[in-house]
Design a protein around this ligand. Structure first.
Ligand code: NAD
Ligand code: LMR
Length: 323
């Protein structure tokens, strides 16, 4: 039997945390041969609710779940952790954009980055889900000077999965038939869901759909899906967000067969400003990820990639005191 690894989930009594914890404990993220110690982190007022989550997790008698720690103390919560799902923060409500959360949520991620830096395993892998996810991840990363920037990522996998699902449904293909799709940039309205290099059952995706559908229906559908869900549910996506977080971490740890989209610190690839937390197409291998190189981007794609970069530059400027 393998040695247990420690997985921290912040906001574990919240909607996404609740949806994620059980699937992680069941082995959906790290495999059914990997024992786990869950470290569930909440703010003090939510510790009673968190106790209930712990009771339910214990009641599942998951074979892989060796222990559960519930805490509001981030030094204890992030102590020796191998993986962090940083979810705890406010969700937006109807009529808001995700960036409207920056002033309230942004301040969570500086101290959190420092606590991860000071207490987590030196090889920790961090996924920031709390919105606005890219800039919150940037804040956390900038407050963790002893860790490599590539240890911090932000979640674009929900957008990526949404785009795959929409394209599969339009073309009649199975989701597994969609390859080489990418969502560039920010987890916001400016994100660029790009099918220029995508194949559907081996055929060029662009030859199967017309340009008007691609630009006027598909792109806005994916860009605005979060708001569509808030309007329908009266609450933001939770189970699909948890599922995307699990996909993101699983591929990062175990490797991806296909391109996946994730927010990472830009090293200047495709002319994107260095140091921004920007989503690129990557391939995950051996516990790392590498940007897919050499893609020929047309003028439309470059314009879209620059528009989402501009928004991230503005967000970075707005939080410069937290970096
Ligand atoms: P929720 O309100 O149901 O739960 C949030 C939980 O976080 C609460 O239990 C709260 O007590 C806790 N929390 C708040 N501040 C905390 C802190 N400093 N430390 C630890 N815990 C803290 O919200 P939710 O639906 O779970 O959403 C959480 C976040 O994820 C929101 O910001 C939401 O917008 C975001 N989100 C991101 C994506 C994405 O694709 N990146 C998708 C869906 C939701
Ligand atoms: C989503 O995309 O569903 C989340 O970011 C929640 C939101 O505010 O849209």
């Amino acid at each position: 039997m393998k040695q247990a690894v420690r997985v921290a989930i912040t906001g574990a009594a919240g909607n996404i945390g609740y949806a994620a914890a059980f699937r992680i404990a069941a082995g959906n993220m790290l495999g059914t041969d990997q024992p786990i110690i869950l470290k569930l982190i909440e703010i003090a007022p939510a510790l009673d609710a968190l106790k209930g989550v712990e009771m339910e997790l214990r009641d599942c008698a998951f074979p892989l779940l060796e222990d559960i720690v519930c805490t509001a103390d981030t030094s204890e919560g992030f102590g020796d952790v191998d993986y962090v799902l940083s979810i705890g923060s406010k969700p937006r409500t109807k009529g808001m954009e995700r960036a409207d959360l920056l002033s309230e949520n942004g301040k969570i991620f500086g101290p959190q980055g420092k606590a991860i830096n000071d207490n987590a395993s030196k090889n920790v892998k961090v996924l920031v889900v709390g919105n606005p996810a890219n800039t919150n991840a940037l804040i956390a990363c900038n407050n963790a000077p002893d860790l490599d920037p590539s240890q911090f990522t932000s979640m674009m996998r929900l957008d990526h999965n949404r785009a795959i699902s929409q394209l599969a449904s339009k073309t009649g293909a199975a989701v597994t038939g969609i390859k080489q799709l990418v969502v560039w940039g920010n987890h916001s309205l400016t994100q660029y869901p790009d099918i220029s290099h995508c194949t559907v059952d081996g055929k060029d995706a662009k030859s199967l759909v017309d340009d008007a559908w691609y630009k006027d229906e598909f792109m806005p559908k994916v860009q605005k899906r979060g708001a569509e869900i808030i309007n329908a549910r009266g609450a933001s996506s939770a189970a699909s967000a948890a599922s995307a977080a699990i996909d993101h971490m699983r591929d990062w740890v175990k490797g991806s067969n296909d391109w996946v989209s994730l927010g990472m610190i830009s090293k200047g690839d495709y002319g994107i400003s260095e140091g921004l937390m920007y989503s690129f197409p990557v391939i995950c291998k051996n516990g790392n990820f590498e940007v897919v190189q050499g893609l020929n981007q047309d003028d439309f794609s470059i314009e879209m990639m620059k528009a989402t970069e501009k928004e991230l530059l503005e967000e970075r400027e707005a939080v410069k005191d937290l970096l």
